[in-house]
Design a protein around this ligand. Structure first.
Ligand code: CUA
Length: 141
């Protein structure tokens, strides 16, 4: 966060970085700060506190992005899951986490993995021909 005013003071670097961000945007709102601050909605694992993480998962027909997710044991993990097309399911076996990702908003659930292991997840809401392909795993380590 604090890097932004510093970069702006430099001037030229600020402009170059902001231009790069706009070019890669796929048609949403223009947001010049997104180029320098890590995008909190980018698929993947984001550390948001000393022992807190957010896992952003993009769901679309046939797949989860990412489909293999590494998280630390004992940390507070908030899953933020959103579909890019139609409603899907997101069920983590043995963790009691069940979400119904839709395009309109992020669906969220928080969980702490107490022990090392591999936790499989899959789509548990029928969504068409690719339904059976929709799976992934969480490695708590
Ligand atoms: Cu996606 Cu069933």
């Amino acid at each position: 966060m604090r890097a932004w005013p510093v970069l702006c003071a430099v001037g030229l670097a600020c402009v170059l970085v902001a231009c790069g961000g706009d070019a890669s945007d796929s048609g949403g709102r223009a947001d010049s700060t997104a180029a320098v601050v890590e995008n909190p909605n980018a698929p993947g694992v984001h550390q948001v506190g000393p022992n807190q993480y957010e896992v952003v998962i993009q769901v679309s027909e046939g797949s989860y992005l990412p489909s293999e997710i590494h998280v630390p044991v004992g940390a507070e993990i908030t899953f933020r899951v959103r579909s890019t097309d139609i409603p899907h399911g997101f069920l983590i076996d043995g963790a009691g986490v069940k979400l119904s990702p839709v395009p309109e908003e992020y669906r969220e659930a928080t969980h702490v993995f107490d022990r090392v292991g591999v936790y499989n997840f899959h789509c548990d809401e029928y969504c068409g021909g690719s339904h059976e392909l929709m799976k992934g795993r969480i490695i708590a380590e």
